[in-house]
Design a protein around this ligand. Structure first.
Ligand code: GCV
Length: 643
């Protein structure tokens, strides 16, 4: 059994009359739209008219909804548009109806699952995979409910297997699995969602006649061409493939001293005639950096590997770039690659699986963080230029990209409530809504999600909204300070361990000693700050102009450094860590006020997680504070207990 997420409106038949201009349409998307409308109790005794229009301004996926109770009309230029319109009408009836004409801002709105075929999920925090079990693909009612749920928030692409393609997943593109892949692809397509697969770049190594993955070896390209012909013959609706190459032990073109573009294009060319998209990740870095090596800077890696290749990628390749230069920390600057490759399709990769942000045991509503990233002005067309925020680059507006958009590492699994923490579903909902319309505010999205999930009770709305909006800042406060990141237990990425990465061979260092902390990333250090376009490069060059939340990301500073608040760095660390735990205390109180107002089982689940978070935030507070206290021997001005 599992809960219904925000789609809780089903009844057997609401008595709605649904009219469609072309009553003989066999299209499954139309049938799904009609089914949704018929099952919606808010539509009891109303009439909904579905109409395909020639209005080109609605594009492939937009819709226009209008009408007056009890008659509504949904117009769209395609079946997908009508289906989206059906979900939107239903949510508008819960939220308060108004006429809307909406077109998604991003062409690709994807989720990446890191599911393995044995049923485990890499960095999964909500149970096992519901796509795979015992090396087989599963398709059941839950799969359909998931497709429906993604469609209801406008997601139009899903990668079902882990980017680390190993074991049986290497054979997912073989005949044996393609029958199920086809079924799944058809199911998703009927909800407007394209299926994508992650590929093992070195698959040709296993062919005895080739035993190479050199992208410039014609036998390699030919092998892929035949492979894609075979796949698309069986699964014509497949969206394309995602590749992680030359990263964290995954093979790639570097083995043959070829560039990332040579590797990507070899696959893209073989895919082209099928209309497939190749999503190529930029998460390429040396994960074994020696601590004595002061020149290599992980933050620079993707820029250094990709920037000079602008214009070298084929037009059915899109580069997938993590939001920051590191790896989904609670705070990072935006990746300097955005806006600096005008001739190369780009999309942004976020992570709603809360790998470094509390693993869905802590509430951490990530949408305010994603908003900040999207709103960041990269000045791609010079200072004061228009349309050059991150959101404009990834929507394709800045440079007129052919393919671009947003994706996120998914946070769902086989748990009863899908996302481990009930409140983590707000991140799934929020990501979809934001990818559709980046202008929505984090507050608006939270309020929509709460009302669609828990109903319109004012107290529930107010308290959960406060909890969600407090949660990311609170998490940041009790975590590693001022953008330094990585004070987490290596490998599991959960719980405080300030020196964990310092002494592991994974190669990510903060270099704290008794006087100072941080890696200098300006011109006198690794030069990372200079990778940004002006005025950002100058802003990050200097500690005085660097936004304080990123101070220790860019600069090595003494603990006595005075912040704009007048506090020293060390006092700021102590204060924020106490505040973070207090915030969680407040969040727990706010939630407890809702006993009796939301369903008991859900209430209990959330309360338990908040209790854990409260304990754990204090653990973070104490471990981080005592770490800095013992390093510096500087007392807390307020005389609070430091261990
Ligand atoms: C799927 C981080 C995670 C890995 C993940 C990797 C990636 O390093 O810890 O589990 O691998 O990012 O994004 O490829």
């Amino acid at each position: 059994m599992y809960t219904k997420l925000w789609l809780d409106y089903e009844t057997n038949d609401s008595g709605v009359r649904v009219l469609f201009d072309d009553p003989f349409s066999e299209d499954r998307k139309i049938q799904n739209a009609v089914k949704e409308l018929k099952h919606c109790r808010f539509l009891k005794d109303k009439t909904v008219c579905l109409r395909i229009t020639r209005d080109e301004s609605l594009g492939e996926e937009g819709y226009h909804i209008y009408g007056n109770d009890p008659e509504y009309t949904i117009e769209a230029a395609s079946e997908t548009g009508l289906l989206y319109g059906a979900f939107r009408l239903i949510s508008l009836l819960r939220l308060g109806f108004r006429e809307v004409c909406e077109v998604p801002e991003n062409r690709l709105r994807m989720l990446n699952h890191w599911d393995n075929m044995d049923g485990t999920i890499e960095r999964g925090y909500s149970g096992n995979s519901f796509f795979f079990e015992n090396n087989e693909l599963i398709i059941n009612q839950r799969t359909e409910d998931y497709a429906r749920c993604l469609c209801s928030i406008g997601i139009n692409g899903v990668v079902i297997n882990n980017v680390n393609v190993k074991d049986e997943a290497c054979r997912l593109i073989d005949d044996r699995h393609l029958i199920q892949v086809k079924k799944l692809s058809e199911l998703f397509s009927s909800y407007g969602v394209k299926l994508f697969l992650s590929l093992n770049y070195a698959a040709t190594m296993e062919d005895e006649r080739i035993q190479s993955a050199d992208p410039l070896d014609p036998r390699v390209g030919l092998w892929w061409e035949r492979k894609f012909d075979e796949i698309y013959e069986k699964v014509p609706e497949l969206g394309g493939f995602l590749v992680k190459a030359d990263s964290e032990g995954r093979p790639g073109p570097f083995t043959y001293e070829r560039t990332q573009a040579e590797g990507a294009n070899m696959l893209a060319r073989a895919l082209k005639k099928h209309g497939g998209i190749l999503v190529w990740r930029c998460f390429v870095y040396n994960c074994q950096q020696d601590w004595r090596d002061l020149k290599t800077d992980r933050a620079r890696a993707s820029y250094d590997y990709f920037h000079n290749l602008d214009g070298c990628f084929d037009d059915n390749v899109v580069l997938q770039i993590k939001n920051g230069p590191m790896d989904f920390q609670v705070r990072e600057p935006v990746s300097p690659l955005f806006g600096q490759m005008p001739h190369t399709n780009q999309m942004i990769e976020f992570q709603i699986a809360q790998e470094y942000t509390g693993q869905q045991r802590h509430v951490c509503y990530l949408i305010p963080w994603f908003k900040e990233v999207l709103e960041f002005e990269i000045c791609a067309k010079g200072e004061n230029s228009r349309d050059s925020k991150v959101k404009d680059v990834v929507s394709g507006k800045t440079f007129d990209y052919k393919i671009s958009g947003m994706c996120a590492v998914a946070n769902t699994g086989s748990d009863e409530n899908w996302t481990g923490h009930d409140l983590a579903a707000a991140n799934l909902y929020g990501f979809g809504r934001l990818a559709f319309d980046p202008e929505l505010s984090a507050e608006e999205i939270a309020s929509e999600w709460i009302r669609l999930t828990y109903g319109n009770n004012e107290k529930v709305l107010q308290n959960i909204q406060k909890i969600l909006m407090m949660s990311w800042p609170a998490y940041e406060k009790y975590n590693a300070p001022l953008g330094i990141g990585w004070m987490v237990t290596p490998s599991v990425h959960y719980g405080p361990d300030p020196d964990g990465y310092e002494y592991s061979k994974w190669g990510t260092y903060h270099k704290a000693d008794c006087r100072a902390i941080g890696v200098e990333r300006n011109a006198s250090g690794t030069g990372y700050a200079g990778l940004y376009l002006e005025p950002n490069a100058s802003m990050y060059e200097n500690p005085e102009t660097t936004p304080e939340e990123l101070l220790l990301f860019f600069h090595r500073l003494p603990y006595s450094y005075v912040l704009k608040s007048g506090k020293t760095l060390i006092q700021h660390i102590y204060d924020t860590h106490f505040e973070g735990a207090e915030d969680v205390e407040r969040m727990t109180e706010l939630f407890r006020e809702l006993r009796g107002l939301i369903e008991e089982k859900a209430f209990d689940r959330i309360e338990k997680r908040l209790e854990h978070q409260l304990w754990h935030s204090k653990e973070w507070r104490d471990v981080i504070n005592s770490y800095f206290y013992r390093k510096t021997l500087i007392e807390d001005e307020k005389g609070r207990k430091l261990y």
